[in-house]
Design a protein around this ligand. Structure first.
Ligand SMILES: [Zn+2]
Length: 285
């Protein structure tokens, strides 16, 4: 789902109770969370949120990112991690306690977890418990902000609607086309011969997508994914392979999370290429 349709759902009170805001820059994720919260809690019935111009309602005015102004809304809470630490169990429980109360002023409550990728297992579980409870009379919305939805536990992902805010950085189109062309040639070689050496050299082509040394940088992965998408559009690649490349491109976007678990970039690239392009005999390429 993209942000525009999420905002439409929020304006119609149909937004999924738990959403993941991922992709984009940290700034973009915060702004999207504030926009969604205003849309959910704005006092107006039509054209929510009203903050876009004219008279601004008391809810929209006071819903803003903590620290940016002194304004405060009792039904809007943001949990941020302390510098360089995880989002702790204690802080998460404190936030979730407020979710047991009725809204103070607005028609519902909005809770934001700013660095959801740092939720500890225990903290994530307390959150899950709240998400599993049947909603009471007032709606409660949770927003989990993370660079990639793959940074979150699968249990949290399965209970949330992911809203993708787009690639974090501008991608070098020329490099993408060049790498995509090389990758396409090697994949086509594999499709024609079935020789595994083509898969390894296809993975090697993707290694040129950038400097993979920074484990937190999603950029080389996004470039590699874009190169694979470029290969899909290459005519020489057989249709059955194209379908698999789509899965590979998606997996590459989630790969930075694997890097955080200290697996080398080269191994991840080889593993993903092999996993997505080799398949049971019944659907052999
Ligand atoms: Zn408003």
């Amino acid at each position: 789902m993209n942000l525009a349709s999420a905002l439409r759902s929020a304006a119609a009170d149909r937004l999924y109770p738990a959403v993941i805001l991922h992709g984009g820059t940290e700034e973009a994720r915060r702004q999207a969370a504030v926009d969604l919260a205003r849309t959910l809690l704005c006092i107006h019935a039509l054209s929510r949120p009203c903050a876009q111009g004219g008279e601004v309602c008391r809810n929209c005015r006071r819903i803003c990112w903590p620290g940016e102004t002194d304004l405060f809304h009792p039904d809007f809470a943001v949990l941020e991690r302390n510098l360089k630490t995880s989002t702790s169990v204690a802080a998460t429980r404190e936030l979730l306690k407020r979710a047991q109360l009725s809204p103070f002023e607005a028609r519902g409550q909005v809770f934001i977890i700013a660095n959801a990728e740092t939720l500890t297992g225990e903290a994530a579980n307390s959150l899950l418990k709240i998400l599993e409870e049947p909603p009471d009379s007032a709606p409660r919305n949770f927003m989990l902000l993370a660079p990639s939805s793959h940074d979150l536990l699968p249990t949290l992902r399965s209970r949330s609607m992911a809203i993708f805010l787009g690639a974090a950085e501008e991608i070098d189109r020329e490099a993408t086309a060049r790498i995509g062309q090389q990758f396409a040639e090697r994949v086509t070689g594999y499709a024609a011969t079935g020789a595994a050496v083509y898969l390894l050299s296809a993975a090697e082509a993707l290694e040129a997508a950038g400097d993979f040394k920074d484990p937190r940088s999603g950029r080389p992965w996004a470039t590699a994914a874009a190169a694979v998408v470029h290969a899909i559009e290459t005519e020489a690649v057989p249709p059955v392979v194209r379908r698999r490349l789509l899965g590979l491109a998606q997996a590459l976007l989630g790969a930075p999370a694997m890097r955080l678990r200290a697996v080398g970039a080269q191994r991840i690239l080889e593993g993903l290429v092999c996993r997505h392009l080799t398949a049971p005999r019944s659907q052999a390429v």
